[in-house]
Ligand binder design. Structure first.
Ligand code: TRP
Length: 335
């Protein structure tokens, strides 16, 4: 039997380069060898966007199109919508007994998100709902509903996978060996920094280059990147290792990277040209993806069919898991 992958994203915005290097590339690479399920986590997105449901709804299709255009192949992988899998909601309720509130409050990902909210909206905006605090439990349900072996994610998700593993161990020790402990798999670039120098690219940080951006939008974002402040004139020597353009070259211009650094250090490379070169490389890496995305934008009913089929396939697995879980928990009445 082939091993299984479960991964996915919250539909709160379009996917960006951070998703691409952190997790999407792994999905496309591994879908030949693993039975792959990609969820669009609308229920999870609602935990902190419950007051803007139209935003979540709109982005379900955007995220589906992002996955398809990057090369998640509907003939190999199943893309599905989380809220259409009721088994996951049931598992979440059962697992919620196996996690303490203080453990959730100590989860580093949850902690960071709460701190970000407070920074954005003040102490009040940071007030935490039961649903939000509990989202790691529903993420554990997402993963274990498929008994997934591998979860390709960005580095920020690691504490959530660890939390899932703990729930699995707790469940198995109490009720018998039913669930599988998943492994996380982080992409080649664990965490892509923002061009503004932020430690992370993120839509809420306003520093993201989207897969769906145009060539010009991409160049415009690169043009504003943080560079070595000591470099004033075109032929001043500079330090490529403290420059965000240099950092992006190391990821998206690999064959040219050494030359970029040498020329930069020697003052033989102006920032304008250097940024143009980076934009050209990123745009050419994304050209095919963007072309495919335009196709799906014009064929949205095809995207909806893909989601419907993926969801149908997903439920075959999750309903079996739920049966096993209920049996183990001795709540399998009238069978
Ligand atoms: N938390 C992920 C994000 O913020 C989305 C997600 C939900 C997920 N359930 C998952 C990722 C299960 C991997 C596995 O994008």
């Amino acid at each position: 039997m082939r091993k299984r992958i479960l991964t996915g994203d919250r539909p709160t915005g379009k996917l960006h380069l951070g998703h691409y290097v952190g997790s999407l590339l792994n999905r496309t690479k591994l879908q030949d060898d693993y039975e792959t399920y990609v969820l669009i986590a609308d229920v999870q997105a609602l935990t902190d966007n419950f007051n803007t449901p139209e935003k979540v709804r709109q982005n379900v299709l955007e995220v589906a199109m992002d996955n398809l255009s990057v090369g998640v192949d509907p003939n190999k992988s199943n893309i599905y919508i989380q809220s259409l899998i009721p088994e996951v909601a049931e598992l979440t309720v059962f697992y919620s007994n196996l996690v303490t509130i203080s453990r959730l409050q100590r989860n580093p990902t949850v902690k960071t998100e709460i701190a970000q909210k407070k920074a954005l909206f003040g102490e009040d905006g940071g007030s935490v709902t039961y649903g939000f605090l509990g989202y790691p439990v529903s993420q554990a349900a997402d993963i274990t509903a498929f008994n997934a072996d591998l979860v390709p994610v960005g580095e920020d998700q690691l504490p959530l996978i660890e939390q899932c593993r703990e729930i699995v161990r707790k469940f198995n020790s109490l009720y018998g060996n039913v669930l599988k402990e998943p492994q996380a798999l982080v992409g080649e670039v664990a965490r892509l920094k923002g061009l503004d120098g932020n430690t992370k690219m993120g839509k809420s940080l306003g520093n993201a280059i989207y897969l769906s951006d145009t060539d010009d939008e991409t160049y415009e974002k690169i043009r504003n990147a943080v560079t070595d402040p000591k470099k004033i004139r075109k032929d001043d020597p500079a330090d490529p290792y403290i420059c965000m353009v240099g950092y992006y070259h190391s990821i998206f211009s690999k064959p040219e990277y050494e030359q970029v650094c040498e020329e930069c250090k020697a003052g033989k490379r102006g920032c304008v040209d250097c940024k143009k070169q980076l934009a050209k490389n990123i745009n050419s890496e994304l050209a095919q993806i963007r072309e495919k995305r335009r196709y799906y934008e014009q064929h949205q009913s095809e995207v909806k069919d893909i989601l419907a089929q993926g969801t149908k396939n997903a439920r075959i697995i999750t309903s079996q898991t739920l049966r096993n879980v209920k049996e183990a928990m001795k709540i399998d009445y009238f069978k």
